[in-house]
Design a protein around this ligand. Structure first.
Ligand code: BTN
Length: 252
């Protein structure tokens, strides 16, 4: 139906009109040993979830709300790399199907003209010392108009169609994401994180700039230096101290 060129991602698609969260369904399927690359897609989510326990607004027929099951044979501390990999794939896919230049804000926000168009939520199901499976959740705003966003999001969120100025075909967006994701995932399994990291840094907005990171333990202001091989953000403060940021909200 989608006319896919991929061999793994999207070979099996569980499509549902309305779900609570595609993450939950994918999680259940992960335990049922479905093959790697299985995708859950919904036309609407009533309980879409974002990072840091936030809600993710997922109205009917306007976006791409999907969760992809991966079974990488990697150590647990390396799983944040997959979030960065997904961000690169989505950035490339947006360019493929709209011609628009998207940027990444660490760790997982995709921006168009400074506004968020896509969020990524990677969840790990771990066994004692290995990855059982990873759920890569991708939420892309595609055909919303400005008025479709809740008032508090209108100045910070956008959609592909708002930025492109015309309707965007969701099937095309899905195809492009699958294609880019499969290529990057292959590259990652064969060559490791370095090529992904270089691509990520070339699309990132915050590297080299002064940013404010709001973490659980406090606020750190300084120059974003780059990411480590584990996907950790390094920030150098005014006094020259370098901080490793594992989880935070970044203001540019
Ligand atoms: C974020 O920016 O906080 C991440 C948002 C992730 C949203 C996607 S939509 C598909 C999948 N299902 C969910 O409930 N969340 C993710």
């Amino acid at each position: 139906r989608l006319g896919l060129k991929t061999k793994m991602i999207g070979q099996r698609i569980h499509y549902q009109e309305s779900v609570d969260s595609t993450q939950k369904i994918a999680h259940r399927l992960g335990f049922e040993n479905v093959p790697e690359g299985t995708v859950v897609i919904a036309d609407e989510q009533t309980g879409g979830r974002g990072r840091l326990e936030r809600a993710w607004h997922s109205p009917k027929s306007t976006g791409v709300w999907m969760s992809i099951i991966l079974r990488p044979n990697i150590p647990i501390p390396k799983t944040p790399q997959l979030t960065l990999l997904a961000a690169v794939a989505v950035t490339q896919a947006i360019e493929d199907c709209t011609g628009l230049e998207a940027h990444i804000k660490w760790p997982n926000d995709i921006l168009l003209n400074g506004k968020k168009v896509t969020g990524i939520l990677t969840e790990l199901q771990a066994e004692p010392d290995r990855v059982h499976f990873v759920i890569m959740g991708i939420g892309m705003n595609v055909n919303q108009t400005k008025m479709d966003f809740p008032a508090e999001l209108q100045s910070i969120a956008t959609s592909l169609s708002i930025e492109k100025g015309s309707f965007v075909n969701r099937a095309e967006v899905i195809r492009a994401v699958f294609h880019r994701l499969e290529n990057l995932y292959q590259l990652y399994l064969e060559k490791g994180f370095l090529p992904i990291k270089l691509l990520w840094e070339s699309y990132a907005v915050s590297i080299g700039k002064v940013v404010t990171a709001r973490t659980f333990s406090g606020v750190i202001k300084g120059r974003a230096m780059g990411i480590t091989d584990d996907g950790v953000l390094k920030i150098e403060d005014e006094d020259g101290n370098v901080h490793d940021i594992y989880s935070a909200d970044i203001e540019i």
